[in-house]
Design a protein around this ligand. Structure first.
Ligand code: AHR
Length: 372
């Protein structure tokens, strides 16, 4: 049975009230300048964007695109982060399926291989090609002002997808994705409930440096750490959202720390690597082990490990986001305004035998219903 997912849904309701679905108070986002938000962070100097970088070749998804209903083929460029995780593979497939020739799109897809400079040059390439729309899943949040200004000057609507940028929102059309801070807080709130006052010696395997997914999950989790005086974060290192990275960081943690009872992995692939490292070192984990593992993403395999009791809590980050991007594009095609921000809502899952106010208890049925 579905449990109440308090923190994520509170965040969802807060943001949903700013979106079209929830009745919008948010300003319509378009290419017109809008005031910068009060808490806008400084972006990296423009020089950071000027590194030489060869854009990876775009894979056109449509040799002979079928026209949209009104006969117009819509060209969309997607500057994707890379292929670092199962989550990313599901997200890429979702975009390729949605923006297909059959659906009336010509998708130029570029895997930027986790290289910020390549991603900037990829976007420049899309601008030069005068594509109708540009979607960017930003590898890092800083360093976007210059190229976003170039897209705006060219009159090309930009959708910031999945992760966020530290840039003036007037430079892009809309943003959509999950609330990474809420995800981190959900993990922390669940842990507090689970430990019920017990001490925690925590090791964190972070995602890629500078990515908003990393920054947000870290911030959110640390918000809850600050409320628990008997919790200690012993160390926090980047595993780059990869299985190899997770394994390497965990191996080094094992050499440095002997007394830990919680490992937080900021995505499922890192958790797989961390489990390999703990298996090799003879450290037990999971509901019956010495170490509690928290993961993020809740992909199919991650939830299988949760069902098996190896990952005790898995906080979702939903990769099926292309439909939201297509919804924005359809509105813009129709001359309608779009919201500044659309939240993709997440849930959290816990191993069988655990009941939680913050997460759904895993069952085979939940796993079978997983589309990614
Ligand atoms: O931005 C989403 C994150 O990026 C996912 O958690 C991770 O798996 C991916 O690489």
């Amino acid at each position: 049975m579905k449990k109440k997912v308090v923190s994520l849904l509170v965040a969802a309701m807060t943001v949903a009230s700013l979106t079209a679905c929830g009745g919008s108070d948010a300003p319509a986002a378009n290419q017109e300048p809008a005031p910068a938000p009060a808490e806008k962070q400084e972006a990296e100097p423009a020089s950071a964007e000027k590194q030489e970088a060869e854009p990876a070749p775009a894979e056109s998804q449509a040799e002979t695109p079928a026209p949209a209903a009104d006969g117009e083929v819509i060209s969309v460029g997607f500057a994707q982060v890379g292929h670092e995780s199962d989550w990313r593979a599901a997200n890429t497939k979702n975009y390729q399926d949605t923006f297909s020739a059959e659906n009336g799109y010509e998708l130029s897809f570029v895997d930027c291989d986790n290289d910020h400079a390549v991603q900037i040059e990829t976007v420049r390439g899309f601008i030069e090609q005068e594509l109708d729309y540009i979607c960017i899943a930003p590898i890092q949040s800083a360093g976007w002002d210059t190229v976003l200004q170039e897209a705006k000057d060219a009159g090309i609507p930009v959708l910031i997808v999945d992760r966020a940028v530290d840039a003036d929102p007037s430079l892009y059309t809309t943003a959509l994705g999950c609330d990474m801070v809420a995800e981190g807080e959900a993990a922390g709130n669940w842990l507090a409930e689970y430990l019920n006052g017990e001490d925690a010696n925590i090791l964190v395997i972070e995602g890629s440096v500078g990515a908003s997914a990393t920054l947000g999950r870290t911030e959110g989790f640390n918000n809850i750490v600050a409320q628990n005086s008997n919790w200690k974060v012993l160390d926090s290192q980047s595993g780059d959202f990869t299985q190899a990275g997770g394994q390497e960081v965990m191996e080094s943690f094992i050499k440095s720390y002997s007394d830990f009872n919680v490992v937080v992995c900021q995505n499922d692939n890192e958790a797989y690597g961390a489990m390999d490292a703990m298996d090799a070192a003879g450290i037990t984990y999971g509901v019956d082990g010495d170490v509690t593992i928290i993961s993020f993403d809740a992909t199919h395999d991650g939830l299988q490990y949760t069902l098996d009791g190896k990952i005790t809590c898995n906080v979702e980050c939903n990769p099926l986001q292309a439909g939201f991007a297509e919804g924005v594009i359809k509105k813009l095609q129709a001359g309608e305004s779009v919201d500044a921000w659309t939240l993709v809502v997440d849930e959290a899952f816990v191993a069988p035998g655990i009941t939680s106010n913050y997460a759904i208890t895993m069952t085979q049925e939940v796993l079978d219903g997983r589309a990614y």
